[in-house]
Write a protein that binds this ligand. Sequence first.
Ligand SMILES: [Zn+2]
Length: 487
Amino acid sequence: MAYNPSQWIWCIVLAKINAINFLTDKIIQNNSSYEPRDQYYIKNKLLALVGDSLVSFEIEDSLSTKDCTKDLTSDPLVQSQIFDLLTPIPSEFNRKFWNLYSTDSVKATDYFHQLSIDNDYLQIDQIAKNIKFSSMTDYGELEITINMSKPEKTTKDIIANAAASKSRTYPLCQLCFENEGYLGGTNYSLRSQHRLLRLNLNHSEWGMQYSPYEYFNEHIIVISKEHRPMHISSATFTNLLDFVDLFPQYFLGSNAGIPIVGGSMLGHEHYQGGEHLFPVEKANDLYGFETAFDDVTASVINWPVSTIRLISKNREHLEELANQINDAWNQYDNEELQIKAESDGIQHHSINPIARKNGSEYTLLIMLRDNNTSVTYPDGIFHVHPEYQHIKQENIGLIEAMGLAILPPRLKIELAEVKKYIMEEPNSIASIHLDWANSLKESYTNQNMDEFIDQNLGQVFAEILENTGVFVNHEDQFKLFTKQFNA
Ligand SMILES: [Zn+2]
């Protein structure tokens, strides 16, 4: 067929559509609270956000609503408000979720996860920049990520942030329910399109959302309706197990409720979970131990963070034993190992509990944590020791204790210089890495440099996790601790 320029131009024209009309249609489709006769109203809402000059703005008709919104405006505050209009309002979203759930819980969470991607709540472009690899160690394969979007926070930063956020009056913190639809802006996250799934755990109301910077697949946060501090109690086990009964496709765990070994948000009780199967869940048993419950399998596992694994189909017995272990740990002192439950009325012990359900069988992991400091280890005896802080100085929270390292973005550049240093090429290696780089240089034997560094980072991460292990290299003492449950 002969080339016909007028036909060619005609095709281009057909492939363009008016962006405002396109979004108006999508908003009506997505939100059953709207009808076609709301079209002028919605169009005007959009124009109020982007300006009348964009009334005839045209886009490729193959664009997604997300790309269309980003083409219309580069202002994140405006984008967030358009994404809000494109998202069902909270009550409608919750109705739709629980309708889907009534036939298939995975379909329901798939819907919510996709919604969080489509409305730009999940920062998938940022997440895609993260560097990920795994590394074989004595504890099996550990997972390492260099997180390009998460600013590095030391224990001191976390305490300072907590103090600064105390002056906030509304919302009280980033996790509060009041963030749903909150505009945000300067120094505060944009939450216009934020939606919280409401659910009941242990007869009280909780909210679930996906983490905007998900560290692993379908990373969820489950948040107490009440703004109250992180705290591990018998209710924690009930909450976690209620959750995995509701959503057996996800695990759910909690950060410790104390500084240094806890997470970065201690002010508002919340849990973290998701779809990912973590290295700790694949760890082998070191030995089993007897308890008062014949139908609970109890063991200590081969894991650097001192961890007990309980498996049972009997939820009641599982919870009872978990409570016994938690209570015992909250009173446990061991002078030789510098383990001390309490000083001057301040609690130093907490746990990371993690629940998962397979068929009718529950697994609970209980990681024992201690946040004492000493003259030798002012940042924490069971915290990252100074010789590893050039790689990681932040708290080792739940996710990392489970075997997924979240390393700071600075390492991307710094490690490139370490590699050059080892190869004896011109470099600007940071002085904090020199000792490590010198020891690597000695063991380097011309293998693939990227693999060599990845493997050694995995080794450093394993040693960091050992720093947090209260019974590391003292299995005999761990055995004595577990012996008391044989009543
Ligand atoms: Zn809060």
